[in-house]
Ligand binder design. Sequence first.
Ligand code: NDP
Ligand code: 2IT
Length: 444
Amino acid sequence: MSYVDEVIELVEKKNASEPEFLQAVKEVLESLRVVVEANEDLYRREALLERLVEPERQLKFRVPWVDDKGQVQVNTGYRVQFNSAIGPYKGGLRLHPSVNIGIIKFLGFEQIFKNSLTSLPIGGGKGGSDFDPKGKSDREVMAFCQSFMTELCKYIGADTDVPAGDIGTGAREIGYMYGQYKRIRGLSEGVLTGKGLSYGGSLARTEATGYGLLYLTKEMLKLNGQDIAGKTVAVSGSGNVAIYATQKAQQLGAKVVTLSDSTGWVYDPDGIDVAAVKEIKEVKRARLTEYKNYRPNAEYHEGRGVWSVKVDIALPCATQNELLLEDAKLLVANGVTAVAEGANMPTTLEATKYLQDNGVLFAPGKAANAGGVATSALEMSQNSERLSWTFEEVDTKLQTIMVNICHNMSDAAEKYGMKGNYVAGANIAGFEKVANAMLAQGVC
Ligand code: NDP
Ligand code: 2IT
């Protein structure tokens, strides 16, 4: 049996109850086959793949807090410190009721290769909790965040592990967590990214994931003789990534006609009104059902369906496994030419294969959404030198990073005989640096 198959079998056996983690590992290892085969003896002797799929450390802890009625609530907190070969663990904190160890492990595993692709010195990690911020008062969110950080602060630091935002964790949550870290550890340091601008945050971090997604999409289209201007785009989600992806797509001359949330989706034939969505989601923390109050011409639909609209480009920006085979078939039938993942693993393996087999340009999340963590690393740099760069400085660096990622994934795919397969290209380009660093550092 090949080394790759052996390790996939091992991971299946050891992690049978973690489907998302298995999915992420399979996608990566399958596309590394050709690279692994070229180095099979060395990698086997060094157990490189077995080490790669085993987190360096997994933390799981109790998070007790008191709700507004005086009732004690208990959530579970996680931090998976997956791989520090190229730098301190770096990755977001997800607050969502669906969070479990398998979800955090899949996200942490993806983060290793994504962070490597940024070309910046950051390892892979991820954390979070099954806490649901929806419907909670500010005081309840603060109570949770303080309790979460009271435990987490023992394991993180500006040079060891630097968490950030993800689903359910935005500026408000990062602020409460940072305050508690500082209070307990007595350190004003860049231990979290996505901080407010008045206490060490970086300009353009809020926009970075969505903007970066569009910089990469634009470059991918350019490499294939297409222009983003004039294209019609479907975006899913309506959170941080979706909002700023929509904004940048519009700035680049495209028309975004959809957004979604966990209960439904909107179709706005005149183009999404970003200011309205920001007010609904960021200020009111309400549902997209409200969108029609701002835009009477728009349609609101309950449930799934965002991929049924005829568009040129699809940008899934909500959550994992939200674009299924049936959606891929609809998109292809409607003439889609490119799909770029703003979310982490939003497209199932079958849907990805269908899109690629039908000639759709497909940019995987670990490349396409790397702008967020890349800008987090720029925030870390600014914190270390105790300076703040201008929006233009950060945005220019972000653009350069995304264009480089696009070329690196494209070149790696071509080098290994898989021209145009950006999934393989991103995995290979991300893996090579991590593998070299792991081998150079001996058995650890
Ligand atoms: P937000 O919490 O800001 O927004 C998430 C959006 O996705 C919301 O519209 C939410 O709907 C929707 N959503 C969440 N879970 C589900 C679900 N189970 N089914 C349907 N819709 C869902 O998160 P972000 O925008 O930050 O993150 C979105 C994706 O991008 C995630 O996959 C995240 O891991 C990834 N990502 C984020 C980065 C960042 O910098 N923030 C960086 C790189 C990747 P509702 O409003 O109803 O909750
Ligand atoms: O998935 C991701 O890359 C993020 N949620 C951002 C992580 C970060 O450290 O900025």
